[in-house]
Design a protein around this ligand. Sequence first.
Ligand code: CUA
Length: 427
Amino acid sequence: MRLTSLLSILARRARVVLALGGLALLTGCNFNFWRMDGHQSTIDVNGPVARSQLGVFYATCWVTFVIFVLVAGVLAYATLKFRARSEADEHAEPPEQGHGNPLIELGLIGASVLALVIIAVPTLKSIGYTYDVPAEDKANAYEVNASGYQWWFKFEYPNEQIKDTGPLVTANELVIPAGRPVRINLRGMDVIHSFWVPKLAGKVDMIPNRGNFLWLKADAPGYFWGQCAEYCGDSHAVMRFRVIALGPKEFNDWLNQQMAPARAVASANEPKAEFASYRSDWKRNERGWSDQFDLNPFEAWRAQQFPDAKHEDAALIEKGKHRFQEKTCYTCHNVRGHSVDVMIGGKMQNVPFLGSPAYPNLTHVGARTTIAAGVLENNPEQLARWISHPDQVKPGNKMYVTGYIPNNIKLTPDDVSALVAYLHSLK
Ligand code: CUA
């Protein structure tokens, strides 16, 4: 008797521990469990394409829920009804065994087919809807090209042509008009990547030598998290991006600002977060917390659009601009409109920062909230870390594996702070 009561106490304790453990697991999640509203939630949707995809998910859930209730119900019924009630029952001969029942078997096949048909209807509807911009909305659609590189995203605006240059180009932060369908042409430039903005749409593969596309629409202005969703090498997990949706006027202002050449002078110098957060449960003052960024990424992005003239050091920026040439950064990265005069072969020559289309365009890099494809917050401390030790942030990235940094290019702390000041002046 004593032993059984001890066992029952232990069993009760174990249940409490299990329940608390489960609770800890749930509350440890990076979002509000009941609202499922994490940065990359596919449940908390913000546009018609993601909403349609969510509809398919729910349809599947309901069908499987009904199957679960039926199967579990029959199982529970049989378990209770045919349980052994007495000592004699336990030793009784098993009842006569059945060997197949054509009616039940055919019925189950029919029920499975019916369940699949019920799932197929919304699935096919959603495939049709999410494939391309609806006909009645086509005229209103905005077009963007997105290219996946190891490990960053390039975004081009074919409708915004810059004289003598080509389309407007940016990297890792895709700014779109809110409330308007956006058609995105997808390309992989080296290996297969995949484009995914969980709250808006996706995923669609970005394949080399094969044009793919998707469309999406943001219901309202906002800041959305994106992620490469196809394993693409060392730094796949940190190949991220952002989508910023703006109202018509703000979007136009942004376009105008981006169409302009790089600014000729720089920004604040407060050290901030470690990684640009995917978490939404930061506590203030926790290591990695950033007042400006984590409190309200969208407002942080807006603030980032304007130079902080008070903290700019024109001389340091000018020095950084020259380092950008001397350290040959300009051979890969474009800063449209910028150049420096250098003595080459005894003659003064003007060297424009043309870069290559295969590397991130830095013309307005100071106006982005993140760098290194959405991994680091774009503040002086993180930018300095990125250009001095790119390998620590993105293993295998080209700046590092080609031996560029730190072998060919040695950057002193002075060089780094000048380069940071210069890059942050590029709004
Ligand atoms: Cu690009 Cu994974």
